[in-house]
Design a protein around this ligand. Sequence first.
Ligand SMILES: CC(C)(COP(=O)(O)OP(=O)(O)OC[C@H]1O[C@@H](n2cnc3c(N)ncnc32)[C@H](O)[C@@H]1OP(=O)(O)O)[C@@H](O)C(=O)NCCC(=O)NCCS
Length: 162
Amino acid sequence: MNATIRKATLTDKADLGKIYCAAWKEAYNILPSEYLEKLNEEFCTPKTDNLENYLVAEMKNTVAGLVNYGVSRDSASEKTGEIRAIYILPEFWRKGLGTELIRAAQAEMKKHGYISAYLWVLEKYIRAVKFYEKMQMRTTKEKRTIQLNGTQLTEIKYECEL
Ligand SMILES: CC(C)(COP(=O)(O)OP(=O)(O)OC[C@H]1O[C@@H](n2cnc3c(N)ncnc32)[C@H](O)[C@@H]1OP(=O)(O)O)[C@@H](O)C(=O)NCCC(=O)NCCS
């Protein structure tokens, strides 16, 4: 079934919060449960009105997925892009929306002159690791540690040429 991929607009803001919240709660049982219990749609809604770097996927009249991308936040090069977030409503997983959103974000970054892109993924979150490998992203083996509610989590970096 085909999805429509388009730039997000301000009217999508509440839907973005809904997608972030539902996907986090369903996906991240590797995160501290106290943290997940506190999450709600309002907390997960982007705090900015600048949604320039968001694409959304619509399917069956539902805004069902998002990708957020932009210039790298931890590389000196302005030609390096970063996929900052990709989330799909759980009831729409495995229908190809993630693939379409990644491809569209890669195409947008290429259009804007980026030559490569990377992302960080929780090392233990196998669903996403398998997804990125299917998207032909390569692991750099570079790792970093993040703290969430006092729990230390390891993220691993994946990259691709554009
Ligand atoms: C990861 C995520 C974005 C994938 O999106 P999706 O729309 O379900 O993925 P697609 O349907 O495009 O899947 C493409 C391919 O990725 C692989 N893949 C996706 N989910 C997988 C899973 N759970 N297990 C193994 N492989 C998987 C498969 O090879 C799949 O192709 P196939 O269905 O033909 O076998 C989605 O599951 C999600 O939002 N998860 C929660 C949030 C998240 O993990 N975000 C990334 C954090 S860094």
